[in-house]
Design a protein around this ligand. Structure first.
Ligand SMILES: N[C@@H](CCC(=O)N[C@@H](CS)C(=O)NCC(=O)O)C(=O)O
Length: 238
């Protein structure tokens, strides 16, 4: 059995998509990040960066003691290796996927995340910051669209076959309106997005969120917990 420490955000959805696609049994351990659950000492033992998702596999692939992992990319890679699904063992195919997985983790996620922050949550509307991240998100959408155009006749997904690279990027395209983007400007991204959205496992993954969180925007209390964290403020909470 796998315990998934989860809250319905783009990074959380990545892992429920994988688990639903692979049909692995799992139980959700909700981490209400607006209420500060990510600072609970037991959670910090698993995820020292006070971020979800995190995972504990009670029956790990190596047969050893329970294994905990934080960072969504590492979790996706682990689950893919454990199940033999959505990531090839063959060197070229494997790195075709991993380069795009890391592109999402290091590029699309952080840039779109800052876009959400400055466009939707920052108390001041700072045009320079908003333009910077809306434009960078736009550039990354263009990169992804061109890659998907190349793959149109060889599987249609980011690295050809459906993989953990697609599962990582898809949840960050879902809020495209809030990111100031127009999906219709990116025809291959639109095709890919509609294909993934229609997958039954993805539909199931997105049905989990509202069981834990009905509000889709952050309250003022949530913002106080989430924004302005420093080394000393998070250390005292731990
Ligand atoms: N690079 C991390 C990012 C995880 C992340 O930023 N999680 C956010 C929610 S999407 C979180 O837990 N935030 C809690 C906080 O800011 O204290 C990953 O890919 O797992």
């Amino acid at each position: 059995m796998i315990d998934l420490y989860y809250w319905p955000t783009p990074n959380g959805h990545k892992i429920t998509i994988f688990l639903e696609e692979a049909g692995l049994p799992y139980q959700i351990k909700p981490v209400n990040i607006g209420a500060g659950d990510q600072f609970q000492p037991d959670f910090l033992k698993i995820s020292p960066n006070n971020r979800m998702p995190a995972l504990v596999d009670w029956e790990p692939a190596d047969g050893g003691a329970p294994l905990s992992i934080f960072e969504s990319g590492a979790i996706l890679e682990y689950l893919a290796e454990k199940t033999g699904k959505f990531l090839s063992h063959a060197t070229r195919e494997k790195y075709a996927v991993l380069q795009w997985l890391y592109w999402q983790i290091g590029g699309l996620g952080p840039m779109a995340g800052q876009n959400h922050h400055f466009s939707n949550y920052a108390p001041e509307k700072l045009p320079y910051a908003i333009d910077r991240y809306v434009n960078e998100t736009n550039r990354l959408y263009g990169v992804l669209d061109r890659q998907l155009a190349k793959m149109r006749d060889s599987g249609g997904f980011i690295a050809g076959a459906y993989s953990i690279a697609d599962m990582a990027s898809y949840p960050w395209i879902v809020p495209w309106t809030a990111q100031g983007q127009n999906l219709d400007d990116f025809p291959d991204l639109r095709r890919w997005f509609d294909t993934i959205r229609a997958r039954p496992a993805v539909e199931r993954a997105y049905e989990i969120g509202p069981k834990y969180r009905t509000e889709t925007t952050l309250s003022e209390e949530d913002k106080k917990v989430l924004f302005g964290q420093t080394a000393s403020s998070t250390a005292t909470k731990a």
